[in-house]
Design a binder for this molecule. Structure first.
Ligand SMILES: NC(=O)c1ccc[n+]([C@@H]2O[C@H](COP(=O)([O-])OP(=O)(O)OC[C@H]3O[C@@H](n4cnc5c(N)ncnc54)[C@H](O)[C@@H]3O)[C@@H](O)[C@H]2O)c1
Length: 230
């Protein structure tokens, strides 16, 4: 697992590619936008990939919602990348979907790849305004389509086995060093991301309602919010 391709070099993919490179992997990038590829080359010396034949790991970070509506999924871009991987990549490679996806898509990806590659879903929780706390290497959930997929994913991301033990220090296995929470069923990984987003949305909506209430009742909202009892 040395040669890694990050597909989709946008807000999420570029920091992912930088991180993977910093961890010592031979890192390349691919994007339908030549601008994104150029930016990755210039700012992070990320190599440009042409065909997918040589890679051990594919990290998919393409956009997965409609351009004009972030609440509606659109996964054709992701599926077209998977088609290309299916035609060009070598058997046994690891395909990690970091994009946000609806339930059931990981298994569809595995089928499209004719079960020739390991497929994991390790949805990202990146938050650009708090990169230190919510950057690439924060705790993440991970699920695999099969047990062997999860094993390969845990090795690549955390350098640990599914049972929580590290791979032997004498082995030369490299990893991303990210704390991962493995789940037995890949749909749980898919749902975890969507539910985390929905939960945050509710919290923000609640806080905004409270803020409006405070404004109309002449109450100091920051003082209420920073109250340690709440
Ligand atoms: N940005 C975040 O803060 C964040 C956080 C968590 C999860 N995510 C998830 O990560 C994924 C990517 O989000 P983003 O914010 O980086 O989006 P983005 O729009 O900034 O970047 C997506 C990149 O994918 C490329 N792309 C689209 N279709 C492609 C294709 N078929 N082949 C190759 N490249 C293609 C685009 O050109 C673009 O550069 C989404 O699923 C999003 O939900 C994003």
């Amino acid at each position: 697992m040395n040669k890694v391709l990050v597909v989709g070099l946008g807000q999420l993919g570029l920091p992912v590619a930088k991180y993977v490179k910093e961890r010592g992997f031979d890192t390349y990038g691919y994007d339908i936008s030549p601008k994104a590829v150029e930016m990755a080359q210039k700012t992070a010396a990320i190599g440009k990939a042409i065909d997918f034949g040589e890679f051990d790991v594919f990290i998919l970070c393409v956009s997965t919602h409609k351009p004009d509506d972030m609440f509606s999924p659109q996964i054709d871009g992701l599926l077209s990348v998977v088609e290309k991987i299916s035609k060009e990549a070598k058997s046994g490679a690891l395909v990690s979907i970091e994009s946000t996806i609806p339930k059931g898509i990981s298994k569809k990806v595995f089928d499209t790849l004719n079960h020739r590659m390991h497929v994991v879903h390790a949805p990202h929780r990146w938050y650009s305004l708090e990169e230190k706390e919510h950057g690439v290497n924060q705790l993440r959930v991970i699920g695999g389509v099969c047990d062997c997929c999860l094993k390969a994913g845990m090795q690549f991301y955390g350098g640990v086995r599914v049972d929580g033990h590290s791979y032997s220090s004498s082995s030369s296995l490299k990893s991303l060093g990210i704390p991962m929470h493995p789940v037995k069923n890949i749909e749980i990984a898919e749902l975890t991301k969507v539910i985390e987003n929905a939960h945050r949305y509710l919290q923000i909506a609640f806080a905004e309602e409270l803020c409006l209430y405070c404004q109309s009742n002449n109450i100091n909202f920051p003082e209420l919010r920073d109250n340690p009892v709440l």
